[in-house]
Design a protein around this ligand. Structure first.
Ligand code: SF4
Ligand code: SF4
Length: 221
């Protein structure tokens, strides 16, 4: 979608979607904390969010996509799919997509369930947005790179059986930068990475990557 049209859509739908504060201190989930007579927001740096969100590519959401759809919204056979599409095309073009999009059906209306967008990323979102299907495309699914997807999208699954590390990664994505560092310092004191690195957003990202890759290898054996 054209940049200006996308901008108009954001303003039309959610006036606060673009967070104009410094991109490095904005996060999708704000928690208002009251301390010392004033309240402030707990935030996660966008760069940390992008790095962690990108690692969800190592998680298995167990959607089992085929040309007939995902395991949850599956047509019985090709004939049933074609019949359904032909039946609904004339009535309401959007309805066709809604059914085919399964759990992504609300993408267009919710702008990918993004609570806020960093100003520097608006052009990327605009480039991937389609006026009928949002960030979803037939035959491809979501075209947004994982790092730009919302926690709502990354956290959703019908039946994924994520590993402990996978679950912790999704939990980490909902934390503020401070909560994340505190969580790791408190719960991973004796982890082998301590001594090699001190916990920082980067070392936490490395930890997740190493653990998820290790789990993958173990599954393959
Ligand atoms: S996963 Fe992608 S296509 Fe689906 S709702 Fe989220 S942004 Fe839209
Ligand atoms: S999470 Fe969405 S795509 Fe995956 S099986 Fe469930 S409805 Fe289908």
């Amino acid at each position: 979608m054209e940049f200006n049209k996308f901008l108009a859509l954001i303003i039309d739908k959610r006036p606060k979607t673009i967070d104009t504060r410094d991109v490095s201190i904005t996060h999708s989930r704000f928690q208002s904390i009251y301390k010392g007579g004033s309240s402030y927001y707990e935030v996660m740096n966008w760069s940390t969010y992008y790095k962690l969100a990108d690692l969800t590519k190592y998680l298995d959401y167990d959607c089992r996509f085929t040309e007939l759809g995902c395991k949850q919204y599956c047509f019985k056979n090709k004939k049933e799919k074609e019949e359904w599409i032909n039946k609904n095309k004339g009535e309401n073009k959007r309805r066709v997509y809604w059914k085919l999009m399964c759990c992504c059906g609300g993408c267009r209306g919710s702008l990918g369930y993004l609570p806020s967008i960093a100003p520097g990323a608006v052009r990327i979102y605009a480039r991937h947005f389609h006026y009928k299907t949002g960030f979803w495309r037939e035959g491809k699914g979501c075209v947004l790179p994982r790092k730009y997807r919302s926690i709502t999208c990354l956290g959703h699954s019908c039946s994924a059986n994520h590993s402990e590390t996978g679950r912790l990664l999704l939990k980490a994505l909902t934390m503020s930068e401070r909560q994340l560092l505190e969580y790791f310092c408190k719960n991973f004191k004796k982890h082998r990475l301590i001594g090699r690195y001190r916990w920082s957003a980067s070392s936490i990202t490395r930890y997740f990557k190493e653990e998820l890759l290790k789990e993958r290898k173990e599954e393959e054996v």
